[in-house]
Write a protein that binds this ligand. Sequence first.
Ligand code: DX5
Ligand code: ZN
Length: 228
Amino acid sequence: MATDIIIAPSVLAADFGELAAEIAAIDEAGADWIHLDVMDGHFVPNLTFGPPIIKIVRAVSTKIFDAHLMVSNPDRLLETYADAGADIITVHAEACPHLYRTVSRIRELGCKAGVALNPHTPPDCLAYVLDRIDLVLLMTVNPGFGGQSFISAMTDKIARVKEMIGKCDITIEVDGGITMDTAGVVVAAGATALVAGSAIFRGDGTAAYAKNIAAIRQAAASHSSQGD
Ligand code: DX5
Ligand code: ZN
C-alpha cells in the first residue's frame, strides 16, 4: 500500500493581514499539517513571526502545527514555542552547536523534534541524533523566501537520508519549490511530508486551496504507489 503523504501548506505564502482566516481556510481545504516558517533576519535574510503570533492562530485549527525555526541559536525560546502550541519544532543543524541537547530538549517539552538541513549540508550530521528525532526536513531551496525553484540535486539527498534512517520512525519532509510538478519525484525518492507555500496559497480561499492541495496529493500518490 502507498504511504500516506502529509501535505503541509506553508503560511509564508498566505495573506499575513488575514492570517487566522487563511489558516482556517487551509485547514478546511484539507491540509494535514500547518507549516509555520519562523525567520529571524539573522540565520536567514528575512523576518516573519514568532511565538505570540503562533499562540493567536493556534485557536483556529486543531491540525498539527509544524514550526520550522530558521533562527540562530533557537535554544532559549524552545519552551516559548512549545507553550505557544507548536506540535513539531524543527531546528536547523547549521544553527545548533549542541544539536543533540537541543533535540532532546524539544522532546522533553512534549513536542516532536525535527532537524532541518540546508541544501549544502551533508546528512552525516544526523547520524548520532537519529534516536532523538521524529523528523528530518530537507530544504529543497535555500531558506528565507517562498516561490523559489526546486533544486533537483536534492532528490539524491532525500534517497540518501531515507537509506540512513532505515527502519527508524522518522518522517522525511521536504520544503521549497514543491508543486504538482515536483511532488512526484520527491515522494519517489522517499519524502512523505511535503511543504508547499506558493503552489497552495493561490486563487481565492478554501475552494482554490483545496484544489491545489488535491493536485499535489494526486501527483504525489501516483509516484508513491510505483515502488509498492
Ligand atoms: C522557505 C520556507 C518554505 C517556503 C516554501 O524558506 O521554509 O516553507 O514557504 O515556499 P514555496 O513552496 O513557495 O517554495
Ligand atoms: Zn519551511
